[in-house]
Design a protein around this ligand. Structure first.
Ligand code: CUA
Length: 341
């Protein structure tokens, strides 16, 4: 009896802690309880439905438990009531059919949601984006000609069907934006798809959800659901060629452009019209992003400088080697990267 009460109190405390944690709403909620797309909404409704059935089972068990203790138990010194029946057919049918019925009521909406959540958009009329997972960052490529290539920050318009083609260059990752839908594995040698339509503009944090090595926890990203106007503006800015090195007016950035062009940076990073590297993130519009390094840090000059000095210190296991730059050279390179709007 003591143990059962203890367990019940522990369960109640856990439930209340869970509820209050969700209600507070942190700055970047990684929550599935505030869906902002059709896909996330289906999953949320399934969760509520299953939870209600669970609550019913819980209530029945608790009532039976209390009845057994306080009503149908024998007291000290009292003789136990003899049972004449060897079995009770009605009772056996009830406790077989009851759970079967509850399982059925849970499995029907579950199977329906599984089918609904499969890629179901016609290829026309939806915005197609290629998502490439790398250890440990995300690449997003738009359009047939890859006219926009960016990293760790995905922009999509609200109210437009989105079709993501998920690919991996190395190990298995998992694409997950809790407020926009369920997890989907990203598997090398295979293209998985995820389709959804975001409903509410805003910024939603995402995270790789499959252990993929040293910096798995640092493999974050952000999804910006824009209004159609904001998205058109962003698309226009990202499609534009970066300012040519010769036309950069800021002397520090101009010097930084020279340092970049003559450095090993060019073998790994692409900047349209400057370099064609493809191992690391495309930096053509690096300055327009709000985050860097797998979206674990704000994109600020100080953070970019720290990153260049020792990438592995910021993101353990990062493939980029320290460049050995310091002083004015480092400041100039940072000024150039930040000027790439
Ligand atoms: Cu990629 Cu975990």
């Amino acid at each position: 009896m003591k143990r059962a009460t203890g367990l019940m109190i522990a369960a109640m405390l856990a439930a209340s802690a869970f509820a209050s944690g969700c209600a507070q709403g942190r700055q970047l909620p990684m929550t599935t309880l505030a869906p902002k797309s059709d896909l996330a909404d289906w999953i949320y409704r399934l969760f509520i439905e299953v939870t209600l059935w669970d609550a019913l089972v819980f209530a029945i068990v608790i009532v039976a438990f209390l009845l057994a203790i306080f009503v149908f138990s024998t007291r000290v010194g009292e003789a136990a009531a003899p049972s004449s029946a060897a079995s009770d057919l009605k009772l056996e049918v009830a406790w077989t059919l009851g759970p079967a019925l509850i399982l059925l009521m849970i499995s029907i909406p579950t199977i329906r949601t599984i089918f609904r959540s499969q890629p179901n958009l016609p290829p026309t009329g939806s915005l197609e984006i290629e998502v490439v997972a790398h250890q440990w960052w995300w690449e997003f490529r738009y359009g047939d000609q890859d006219h926009i290539v960016t990293a760790n920050e995905l922009h999509i318009p609200a109210g437009v069907p989105i079709r993501l083609s998920l690919k991996s260059t190395d190990v298995i990752h998992s694409f997950w934006v809790p407020q926009l839908g369920g997890k989907r594995d990203v598997v090398p040698g295979q293209v998985n798809e995820l389709t959804f339509e975001a409903t509410v503009p805003g910024m939603y944090p995402g995270q790789c959800a499959e252990f993929c090595g040293l910096s798995h926890a640092n493999m974050r990203f952000r999804v910006f659901v824009d209004t159609p106007e904001q998205f058109a503006e962003w698309e226009k800015a990202e499609s534009a060629a970066p300012i040519a090195a010769a036309s950069i007016s800021d002397p520090a950035a101009a010097a930084g452009a020279q340092i970049f062009s003559n450095s090993p940076c060019t073998t790994c990073h692409q900047i349209d019209g400057v370099s064609k590297g493809y191992i690391g993130p495309d930096l053509t519009h690096f300055g327009s992003r709000s985050t860097m390094a797998g979206a674990i840090e704000a994109n600020s000059p100080a953070n970019v400088a720290q990153w260049i000095i020792n990438p592995g210190h910021v993101k353990p296991g990062a493939q980029m080697p320290p460049l050995g730059l310091s002083g004015k050279q480092l400041d100039d390179l940072v000024a150039y990267l930040e000027s790439l709007k």
